[in-house]
Design a protein around this ligand. Structure first.
Ligand SMILES: Cc1cc2nc3c(=O)[nH]c(=O)nc-3n(C[C@H](O)[C@H](O)[C@H](O)COP(=O)(O)OP(=O)(O)OC[C@H]3O[C@@H](n4cnc5c(N)ncnc54)[C@H](O)[C@@H]3O)c2cc1C
Length: 388
């Protein structure tokens, strides 16, 4: 069946659905093509099933991109306040968990329902495998279910994270087909893996979690870290993972509240008979304290000042180099993607092909953990939806 539309949106995820709803509200005839059997699968599992749908404070510095200014225009046109207003109008209860992160009180399904309701009037075709995209006067999209044409094509097929939920590299293939550059995609917000001695001691602590400050260069995140059977995870580690390239080191401050060098020397004077592991266990989980203090009993009085200074300084800036990360199977997001240099920041339209748009995670704009990736999906979807 041949059909003509104003807009074809590829991908019924967060960005695609938001873009489709925005275009429908402007009276556009919209077709959404999704290869899964259902829309918005990633939304449903997001935020542990409660969808961290935005953050109260959204700034350009909360995103990684080859061009840190690119996201500003779309984020300014559709802010987190705008999305919160939609949530409130839909009567969806929500709460702030931490650091401005907003979650549904009940279920991520409510956010998906909101998005689908906004698309009323659009045609959403499921199980639609895109076979080819051509471009003459219009865009022609061939799928297993027939051919459709439109003056505008919005690519919202996301990145490579979580292939079992339907992730594919279609956006990158189409970018290349139309002459846009792609920044090599890599796993972001992903647990880190270690090898050798580091892996051995981390495995022995699997399950232990504690607040810490994790840093690489000037970038620092103060949140929890979690030891796992493969290395390290937890929000602070996921955050720093997006900034690490192969072979990069990072540091963990196991006690950001104070300089341990001074504290340990003071403890030696005040409590000479106390054991080192007892002192350390007052500021970190007991299993971690025992690991750093060593298994045999060591009274503070018997430990040289030089040893305590070195240990204190090390625990405030513990240097680690991961062997790698858990990859796209576990990554919450894909860093890299369609190069923003080829896109107009106001509309996310390709500079070289009129009517071709790239939005959401497919683009080289990657948010921190905390609702920023959905806010980028809404904002970029809105920017394109207002222009198509
Ligand atoms: C476990 C998990 C939890 C997360 N939690 C949060 C959170 O709480 N807050 C937050 O801000 N972010 C969260 N994220 C990140 C967020 O889900 C994504 O950044 C966001 O969904 C990106 O939106 P998108 O529309 O660009 O891509 P997606 O939501 O991935 O949508 C892309 C759509 O395109 C479809 N598609 C792909 N290839 C094709 C093809 N070839 N043909 C047709 N259709 C195709 C896919 O099936 C999918 O439906 C989480 C991610 C994961 C994996």
């Amino acid at each position: 069946m041949d059909q003509n539309f104003d807009v074809i949106v590829l991908g019924a995820g967060a960005a695609g659905l938001f873009c489709a709803g925005t275009a429908v509200a402007r009276g556009k005839r919209v077709l959404v093509l999704e290869h899964n059997a259902a829309v918005g699968r990633k939304i449903l599992i997001s935020g542990g099933g409660r969808c961290n749908f935005t953050n109260r404070q959204v700034r350009a510095e909360n995103f990684l991109s080859g061009n840190p200014h690119f996201a500003k225009s779309a984020l300014a046109q559709f802010s987190s306040r705008d999305f919160i207003a939609l949530v409130e109008n839909a009567g969806i209860g929500y709460h702030e968990k931490t650091l401005g992160q907003l979650f549904c009180d009940n279920s991520a399904q409510q956010i998906l329902d909101l998005l689908v309701a906004r698309c009323d009037g659009a045609e959403i075709r499921l199980n639609a495998a895109v076979q080819s995209v051509g471009h003459g006067d219009k865009f022609t999209v061939r799928t297993n279910g027939g051919t459709a044409t439109a003056a505008a094509l919005v690519v919202a097929t996301g990145g490579l994270s979580i292939p079992k939920l339907g992730a594919t590299g279609l956006a990158y293939e189409l970018a290349q087909q139309f002459g846009l550059d792609v920044i090599p995609p890599r796993a972001g917000l992903v647990p880190l893996t270690f090898s050798g001695e580091d892996l051995a001691w981390m495995q022995s602590l699997a399950g232990v979690s504690l607040p810490a400050r994790v840093g690489a260069g000037k970038r620092k995140f103060a949140e929890n870290i979690l030891f796992t059977h493969r290395g390290l995870s937890g929000p602070a580690v996921l955050q720093i993972s997006s900034y690490l390239h192969e072979g990069d080191a990072f540091t963990v401050d196991f006690h950001p509240a104070a300089r341990l060098e001074a504290d340990l020397l003071e403890a030696k004077i005040r409590r000479p008979k106390a054991e080192l592991k007892t002192i350390l266990a007052e500021i970190m989980p007991a299993r971690l304290a025992t690991h750093f203090a060593g298994l045999e009993a060591k009274r503070m009085a018997d430990l040289p000042d030089r040893f305590l200074r070195t240990l204190g300084a090390r625990l405030n800036a513990f240097a680690l180099t991961p062997a790698g990360n858990e990859g796209f199977m576990k990554a919450e997001v894909t860093a890299g993607g369609v190069d923003t240099d080829g896109l107009d920041s106001r509309s996310c339209m390709a500079r070289n092909v009129r009517g071709l748009f790239f939005i959401g995670e497919a683009v080289d704009v990657t948010g921190w953990l905390g609702g920023y990736n959905f806010q980028w999906a809404w904002a970029s979807g809105h920017a394109a939806g207002m222009t198509v």
